[in-house]
Ligand binder design. Structure first.
Ligand code: ADP
Length: 306
């Protein structure tokens, strides 16, 4: 893994003259550090809060550098209410900077760390939003390939924004097996079984559908369905499709049959997996409350529904 060690300058400029003042560190990933920054254009317009992702320009590792270019090429073309908006990228001194829409409420992974598990109304809201973003990606022949709670960011209004397109890929045609990507990638808990098979067929956009099933389970239970202490053991369970619903013994958050049904319809062989429109038509979304708004307090406390 490449560790970013360069000190971040307090102020950086892009080629258009926009200025970015770094404020606080939002997080760090495999090859980038992300800062909250104020974007200003002198005194012409009020400043705007953005996320500034700083990536070392001189990446030693060509594979990582390639990944970053793919990420920029794919992400910069996407515009959807549930996808982190890519604003621009520029070089300054020895680093590359990516300006992104800021998601001040962190990610669903952060939220789970504080809350352990979420309520059914929240899960309905988030899964519908994720399905909307993924439908947009698939319509544009883009497979995200790394959908997980840590890549699902939350904006000021607690809307999900899909981010981190570092493993995304473009499929030339959705049914074109020859063009299916064959790289083994993703996080062990979220990897679809067909990715493990390493067959010549490769894998397609159905890996994102699988990940949605994993996310739905994880938000409800607090742990991924396929988990073990060693990544290799996780992969054995994924290959066998071996998962159970624990008896959580919680009164307020018993997992309803319609959520169990949704997950069990998704975590199946790729040819039997439902499409995104089918997923959002399941009873889970028809029978229960879906909050239109959500307070930022929901990142750390269970919301009270009136
Ligand atoms: P990498 O591509 O290196 O894995 P990430 O895109 O995951 O980097 O970003 C690293 C961290 O920065 C994330 O875990 C998150 O905490 C934070 N982050 C990334 N993008 C945003 C954003 N748009 N708004 C707020 N925080 C962000």
């Amino acid at each position: 893994m490449l560790i970013h060690t360069d000190p971040t300058p307090p102020v950086v400029y892009d080629a258009t003259g926009l200025q970015y003042q770094t404020e606080k560190q939002l997080g760090r990933g495999g090859f980038a550090i992300c800062w909250q920054a104020q974007q200003t254009d002198g005194d012409r317009t009020p400043s705007k809060t953005v996320a500034l992702k700083i990536v070392r320009s001189k990446m030693e590792h060509t594979k990582l550098a390639k990944k970053f270019v793919t990420e920029l090429q794919i992400h910069s073309k996407l515009h959807h209410p549930h996808i982190v908006e890519f604003l621009r990228a520029f070089a300054f001194e020895s680093s590359t900077y990516v300006v992104l829409e800021i998601c001040p409420n962190e990610s669903l992974a952060h939220c789970l760390k504080k809350r352990s598990y979420l309520s059914m109304p929240e899960i309905r809201r988030y899964i519908i939003q994720i399905c909307g973003a993924v439908k947009y990606l698939h319509m544009h022949n883009i497979v995200h390939r790394d959908l997980k709670t840590g890549n699902l960011f939350l904006d000021q209004e607690m809307n999900v924004k899909v981010g981190d397109f570092g493993l995304a890929a473009v499929l030339v045609g959705p049914d074109d097996a020859a063009m299916r990507r064959t790289t083994m990638c993703g996080t062990p808990n979220y990897i679809a079984p067909e990715v493990l098979e390493k067959s010549d067929k490769g894998h397609n956009e159905k890996v994102d559908i699988w990940a949605i099933g994993i996310i739905a389970y994880t938000l409800a239970v607090g742990k991924a369905p396929f988990h073990a202490s060693k990544p290799s053991e996780v992969l054995v369970k994924v290959a066998k499709g071996e998962y159970t619903w624990p008896d959580l013994g919680r009164h307020e958050n018993d997992i309803p049959d319609d959520l169990r049904n949704l997950v069990s319809q998704i975590l199946v062989d790729e040819n039997s997996r439902p499409g995104l429109d089918t997923i959002v038509s399941y009873d889970f979304f028809k029978m229960g409350y879906i909050p239109e708004t959500l307070s930022s307090n929901a990142t750390s406390c269970r919301p009270k529904w009136t």
